[in-house]
Design a binder for this molecule. Structure first.
Ligand SMILES: [Fe+2]
Length: 309
């Protein structure tokens, strides 16, 4: 599949309204107008929105929106789903308008997540306003960043799904335990847009990662998080395999966001060679005594069937 990147994602949250302050004030995201009062739409660039948080009963990832290159690629992707025997639903006009795309089809993957395929995301040229003084986000065609999903075990079905159906590129394991797997869409230049963490008995969203253009914005967000007494999952640090500087703190929904600066990725010059670091980080990333992300569920309880608006 000619997927460009992770174009958008949707969350259900019992604390959706808190995101309208947290998103702009802490993360620096822009607020997009929302027709639905209970939904907070957050922007990272000129695109319609990147993160949608809908008021609901529980905390969970509702869907991931994968951006196909164009109509031809979208139609080819549907052919792949048909060939693979994966049932999909074509979105109607109302849902298409809500997502801000030209066309969309969704299906449930073997990771029990709802994956949406779309092409042509609406954008308004030169319209992005961050929620507070901020130099901006690395987004555009590269997508909104990354998600890491928990799966109870790594199966042949999952391997086939990521490698042959979605045709994601393998990046590496992050560290030598082999518990993590990182991938990026075929046409994406990021180190990873999606990761899978093997967590026995669990399914769901482990964290999301968003990337800023300037290191100072990571430092400023780190100050803000601490000033507001927001729970950290891991302190500021630099990863070993993917040498970005980042920290992890909890969102109002109770899952962590990794706030990232990568001075190298912008140039797209780093060769992505597979490595086997002995530890996750060069320095920092000291894990705090934090609660388990609220978006993780016992594998037998987790279901993903809702139409997710
Ligand atoms: Fe991450």
């Amino acid at each position: 599949m000619d997927i460009i990147g992770l174009g958008y994602l949707g969350l259900e949250s019992a604390h959706a309204s808190d995101w309208s302050e947290y998103g702009p004030q802490v993360l620096g995201l822009g607020l997009a107008p929302s027709e639905d009062e209970g939904t907070v739409l957050l922007r990272m660039d000129e695109r319609h929105h990147r993160i949608a948080v809908r008021q609901g009963e529980r905390e969970r990832l509702s869907y991931l929106g994968w951006h196909l290159r164009n109509r031809i690629a979208f139609e080819a992707a549907l052919t792949v789903l048909e060939r693979e025997g994966i049932e999909y639903t074509l979105a109607g006009q109302e849902l298409i308008d809500e997502r801000g795309v030209h066309a969309m089809a969704w299906f449930i993957g073997p990771d029990r997540q709802r994956h949406e395929l779309f092409y042509a995301q609406s954008f308004n040229p030169h319209s992005f306003l961050p929620g507070r003084p901020h130099a901006g986000f690395m987004a555009g065609d590269g997508g909104l960043g990354h998600v890491v999903l928990a799966v109870p075990e790594w199966t042949d079905e999952l391997e086939h799904f990521v490698t042959d159906v979605m045709q994601f590129k393998w990046y590496g394991s992050g560290m030598s335990t082999g518990r993590l797997r990182f991938y990026s869409p075929k046409l994406n230049l990021r180190s990873h847009s999606i990761g899978y963490a093997t967590m026995p008995g669990l399914l769901g969203l482990q964290h999301i990662g968003i990337e800023v253009k300037e290191l100072d914005d990571v430092g400023i967000a780190y100050d803000l998080v601490q000033e507001r007494g927001i729970q950290l999952m891991a302190t500021l640090g630099r990863h070993a395999q993917d040498p970005v500087i980042s920290f992890y703190s909890f969102t109002p929904s109770g899952f962590p966001v990794e706030y990232i600066w990568d001075g190298v990725e912008e140039s797209h010059e780093r060769p992505f060679t597979e490595q086997r670091p002995q530890k996750l980080s060069v320095w920092g990333h000291k894990f705090q005594n934090a609660p388990q992300p609220s978006t993780l569920y016992a594998a037998e309880e987790a279901t993903q069937t809702a139409p997710a608006g």
